[in-house]
Design a protein around this ligand. Structure first.
Ligand SMILES: Cc1cc2nc3c(=O)[nH]c(=O)nc-3n(C[C@H](O)[C@H](O)[C@H](O)COP(=O)(O)OP(=O)(O)OC[C@H]3O[C@@H](n4cnc5c(N)ncnc54)[C@H](O)[C@@H]3O)c2cc1C
Length: 432
């Protein structure tokens, strides 16, 4: 069976394995030689690709819920969408959510995903209490910050390389409404956007959309959206979307001019410099989930997302250099999303560090990877790194120079996976 991730590049032949219980996961593993777990395939690159794939689709049961504390235990294939559907009407929300709800709990832990609240509330694993994992050589193990703690810190953010997460216990947050009080502010350039992010640093959620084709004194002009859970409005989950892009569109539809036009219209669509809105959580957190398979818009060659973080002190200089280089290359990105990160955590391979993170989508063609190699040098020079769950091409050197705990990670992985059966295209490329 041919499979690829969200970027539709690369695709590989794989043997699909579907465990339906903890025991069957252990049984299937005994017959594997190069396997990687897989959730809903919303990672962009090659972290969930291998010749054997352990799909969590059938591990989709809720196991317990404590209505006093908000602690929920579920299997790893339960998605964030499932959780919202069941728990929003009861007055509970996710502690941290990425920009799509079509992500499994296993995938959220393995990538240690972040949301618009990282600067206030950390990443997903900061809200996880314990994990049950099927390892390569130590059987099924329960780990937490106090039990097999090394395995816990390696698994959160460990891109599926320590084993298959089977179930997890984590804490939901109480809400009184499914609505968000949103404030939208226009920023005239990058310095202004960073100033605004600082100004709103105590607001729980914040994100800025950057027009990365603007140049000169408009370089980095953005629309900042910040929000808090509202106390007003009903508790109801979002509606299912009917829009779909069922086939891959011709790649030529996306070019510098169409992207420039889109960015121009998007920026000028927001007319006021400052406005306030009361909106459902769905468009606030998941604007892209409204169109299923929107990744097909990039055509057969696929696309990648380049997401980096750089420390705060280097933020303005580093990002100006990167945006300048992208504007020079005349390559646009529909999606250029800027967020602030608070302090990182103790996980060995988690992406966030205190600073600014920018994510840019690019259509793949022969000139793209040389440009991204250049951007890597700028990121490294400013003490930053790239997000593994979006990556499909960084070099082993780049990875090892920017993830300072990779050697400790490898030691722990070897302890729980003596034969090294857990591996992905990405882990082989990066020498993990
Ligand atoms: C539109 C869009 C917006 C996004 N926004 C954000 C964002 O704001 N913040 C953010 O952090 N990420 C974001 N992402 C990335 C996404 O949240 C992560 O890639 C997430 O890990 C995908 O989960 P998945 O279930 O699809 O896992 P997959 O893509 O299938 O796998 C991702 C990784 O998790 C591992 N994995 C999956 N299941 C398990 C398991 N049961 N046990 C062990 N390892 C497992 C895989 O081996 C792989 O390394 C976004 C993605 C999209 C498409």
């Amino acid at each position: 069976m041919k499979i690829s991730a969200w970027g539709n590049y690369p695709s590989v032949d794989t043997r699909l394995l579907l465990p339906s219980s903890f025991n069957s996961a252990e049984g299937l593993l005994s017959d594997c030689s190069s396997v990687i777990p897989r959730g809903l395939g919303r990672s962009y690159g090659d972290s969930s690709l291998s010749s054997e794939m352990l799909d969590s689709k059938l591990l989709n049961r809720f196991m317990s819920f404590d209505a006093d504390t908000g602690m929920v235990t579920c299997e790893a294939g339960v998605s964030l969408a499932d959780i919202l559907e069941v728990f929003v009407p009861k007055g509970w929300f996710l502690p941290v959510t990425p920009g799509t709800k079509f992500v499994t709990i296993g995938g959220a832990i393995a990538s240690d995903v972040h949301g618009k609240n990282h600067h206030c509330e950390g990443s997903f694993s900061d809200h996880v209490d314990s994990i049950v994992i099927a390892t390569g050589s130590q059987g099924v193990v329960q780990c937490s910050r106090t039990q097999h703690s090394e395995l816990f810190y390696a698994t959160c953010g460990g891109m599926g390389l320590t084993g298959m997460v089977l179930a997890a216990t984590f804490k939901l947050r109480p809400i009184n409404s499914s609505y968000i009080n949103e404030t939208v502010v226009k920023a005239k350039n990058l310095a202004h956007a960073l100033e605004l992010l600082e100004k709103y640093e105590s607001t729980t959620y914040s994100v800025a959309w950057i027009d990365c084709l603007s140049t000169g004194e408009n370089l980095g002009r953005s629309i900042l959206m910040v929000g808090e859970h509202s106390e007003q409005g009903a508790l109801k989950a979002g509606k299912k979307s009917l829009l779909n892009i069922p086939v891959k569109l011709p790649g030529f539809l996306l070019n510098q001019f169409s992207i420039q036009a889109f960015n121009f219209l998007y920026y000028h669509k927001v007319l006021k410099e400052y406005s306030e809105h009361h909106i459902h959580y769905e468009p606030f957190f998941y604007p892209l989930d409204g169109i299923h398979n929107w990744n097909n818009m990039y055509g057969k060659g696929g696309f990648t997302q380049y997401q980096f973080v750089i420390p705060k002190a280097a933020g303005l200089d580093g990002m100006t250099e990167i945006l300048d280089r992208i504007a020079q290359s005349k390559r646009g990105s529909f999606l250029a999303v800027l967020k602030t990160f608070g302090k990182g955590n103790d996980n060995y391979l988690s992406f966030p560090m205190e600073g600014y993170t920018l994510a840019l989508d690019f259509k793949i063609d022969s000139k793209l990877f040389p440009l991204l190699d250049e951007l890597d040098k700028i990121v490294l020079k400013h003490g930053g790194r790239l997000y593994l769950t979006k990556d499909v091409r960084m070099s082993e050197d780049m990875f090892k120079s920017s993830y300072p705990h990779w050697e400790q990670f490898v030691k722990i992985k070897q302890q729980y996976d003596e034969q090294g059966i857990f591996s992905s295209l990405q882990s082989k490329r990066l020498g993990i």
